[in-house]
Write a protein that binds this ligand. Structure first.
Ligand SMILES: NC(=O)C1=CN([C@@H]2O[C@H](COP(=O)(O)OP(=O)(O)OC[C@H]3O[C@@H](n4cnc5c(N)ncnc54)[C@H](OP(=O)(O)O)[C@@H]3O)[C@@H](O)[C@H]2O)C=CC1
Ligand SMILES: N[C@@H](CC=O)C(=O)O
Length: 363
């Protein structure tokens, strides 16, 4: 049996779901002749690191306890096995051995995680990302990440096979003309709720409660989360674009960006009337609102579109994403991927699928 050390940054909704799935799939892992062992877990200011490395990593009972501890809103550093830390690169140093995989399920800024990725690259470790920020900042970090084993399926469409589909199209020599679709689970959920008569602010609160939004929901409502996904698709297509080339339409007034998170939540209902009016005006024409991303060589844009209620995008419900690839081979009828595009379980499954792939690549 090969033991593959897992160093995981982030023990939030997705991070905890991932730990549960890793523990629940020991049999599936064994079928491939390996076992994932957690050797380090980090949250924003603490960590728990395995003291015995050889094959066991953190014990199952401890991992289960840590999942409960974090679900209760506590800090890893305050756990009896935890300590305060702010150096993710040092964690990569102490917790890995050849074949290790570093998993980023935070929403931390690129600059915060970049030194740890540099260390992982130096040591030849694999990297799996659900965090979009490292892939959408400086192109030098994009290049560094791509200089070794890397998977990032869950950054676009959560657990849906979006990046792998695009990769296969490109690897098999197809020419991808356009990638278009609804890429936000949160905004899809909110738009559906508005159609059903719920207020905008109530729908956003519900999406947050259900674990669909980013840690700061303004990342979703500003369009930035969709813009990041669109940029990841564009860069995967080979277009060396940066964020400032994208057109992005926000769903809240500009002064909301400077509010504290609490102030933002307190003032969110100020947007309700305008959103209700936009939905009603679209409905009068037989349309519904969808937040749509468009990626092609001509450029990348993300924003609200009124689309016919009966169209594929208009028929989407809840957190469902729909991504269509128009290519030389799929010209008349695009290749379409559709399904839940947010939620901690589907996202964690996308990350775990990436880990299974890297386990077969990293030695
Ligand atoms: N939820 C979803 O449906 C989807 C999420 N994703 C992506 O997955 C990632 C995680 O999302 P989610 O689990 O919902 O978010 P949460 O807010 O629930 O969890 C984020 C975790 O990251 C930790 N964290 C933040 N900064 C750092 C840091 N500098 N070092 C180490 N840990 C840090 C937080 O620590 P602390 O506990 O101390 O706050 C927390 O444990 C995001 O990037 C998101 O975009 C992608 C697809 C879908
Ligand atoms: N907040 C995101 C989560 C997945 O990336 C979304 O709602 O789509």
């Amino acid at each position: 049996m090969r033991y593959i050390p897992i160093i995981q940054f982030g023990v939030g909704g997705v991070g905890r779901a991932l730990i549960r799935q890793v523990l629940a799939t020991a049999e599936q892992q064994a079928r491939y002749g390996f076992q994932f062992v957690y050797t380090a877990l980090a949250d924003s200011d603490g960590a728990v690191v395995a003291t015995r490395h050889e094959d066991e990593g953190l014990a199952r009972a401890l991992l289960e306890d840590l999942v409960e501890w974090k679900a209760a809103g506590k800090r890893l550093a305050e756990h009896p096995e935890g300590y305060w830390q702010g150096d993710l690169a040092a964690l990569v140093d102490v917790a890995g051995w050849p074949g290790a995989i570093v998993v980023d399920v935070t929403a931390a800024e690129a600059e915060t995680v970049a030194p740890a990725f540099q260390r992982a690259r130096d040591l030849g470790y694999g990297i799996v990302l659900a965090n979009k920020k490292p892939l959408t900042g400086d192109l030098r970090l994009w290049d560094l990440l791509h200089a070794g084993p890397l998977r990032y399926e869950s950054t676009v469409g959560a657990g849906l096979p979006v990046i792998s589909t695009l990769r296969t199209l490109l690897d098999t020599g197809d020419s991808v003309k356009q990638v278009q679709g609804a890429l936000s689970g949160t905004l899809g959920f909110v738009m559906s709720a508005l159609e059903a008569g719920q207020s905008f602010s109530a729908a956003v609160r519900e999406a947050h409660r259900l674990g669909y939004t980013e840690p700061d929901p303004r990342d979703d409502l500003s369009g930035m989360d969709v813009a990041r996904k669109a940029l990841i698709l564009a860069r995967t297509l080979g277009l060396p674009l940066s964020m400032d080339t994208l057109t992005v339409e926000p769903l809240y007034p500009p002064d909301f960006a400077a509010l504290s998170r609490d102030e933002f939540w307190a003032r969110l209902d100020e947007v309700d009337a305008e959103m209700q009016a936009r939905v009603a005006s679209a409905a009068a024409e037989g349309n519904v609102l969808r937040y749509v991303a468009d990626v092609s060589e001509a450029g990348v844009s993300v924003g609200v579109q009124a689309v016919p209620r009966e169209s594929p995008l208009g028929a989407l419900r809840g957190t469902d994403n729909l991504i269509s690839f128009t290519t030389a081979r799929y010209a008349a009828r695009p290749l379409v991927v559709q399904g839940a595009g947010a939620g901690v379980d589907v996202t964690a499954a996308g990350v775990l699928g990436d880990m299974f792939q890297l386990a077969q690549v990293c030695r």
